[in-house]
Design a protein around this ligand. Structure first.
Ligand code: GDP
Length: 139
């Protein structure tokens, strides 16, 4: 059985470009309900903690620097089949390979600065929501 929760971040590139509202609109229009949301500027320690699974990858340092380069929006989303449907909505990691109409295709410029994050499994969705939200922040 698939879960109904996923976690997203609108990354610093998208916030800088002023596309936060457009991306949130696409997410809501696609049927996702916002269960929790906040506007934050991560510290280096927080970004390293969030992306700890990627710490052996060659781009880890670049990824952390990018994610702390400006504020982001973090949100917990609800929909049936949330993880897979949200990955479809955002498109491939590299926006030039993402399907037409997907969020990354529409708003992102590169594989590194790709506008949004989406959890890759139900287990990670719950870990990532727990990283950013306390129980009382979830509606
Ligand atoms: P995702 O699940 O589609 O976000 O992709 P991954 O889990 O493979 O990578 C996590 C994040 O690391 C991506 O969303 C990008 O922001 C970043 N990233 C992926 N590949 C590269 C790369 O080659 N260089 C850099 N600088 N960042 C990358």
């Amino acid at each position: 059985m698939t879960g109904n929760i996923t976690f997203t971040m609108i990354k610093p590139d998208a916030v800088r470009k002023g596309t936060t509202g457009a991306i949130l609109n696409d997410i809501i229009q696609a049927g996702f309900k916002i269960r929790a949301m906040k506007y934050v500027h991560l510290t280096q320690k927080q970004a390293e903690g969030f992306y700890a699974v990627h710490k052996e990858r060659p781009f880890f340092g670049e990824l952390v620097s990018f994610m702390i380069s400006g504020p982001i929006v973090v949100a917990m989303l609800e929909k049936s089949n949330a993880v897979a449907d949200f990955r479809t909505l955002i498109g491939a990691t590299d926006p030039s390979k993402a399907e037409e109409g997907t969020i990354r295709r529409k708003y992102a410029d590169s594989i590194a600065e790709n506008a949004v994050h989406g959890s890759d499994s139900d287990e990670n969705a719950h870990i990532e929501c727990g990283f950013h939200f306390s129980q009382y922040e979830i509606i």
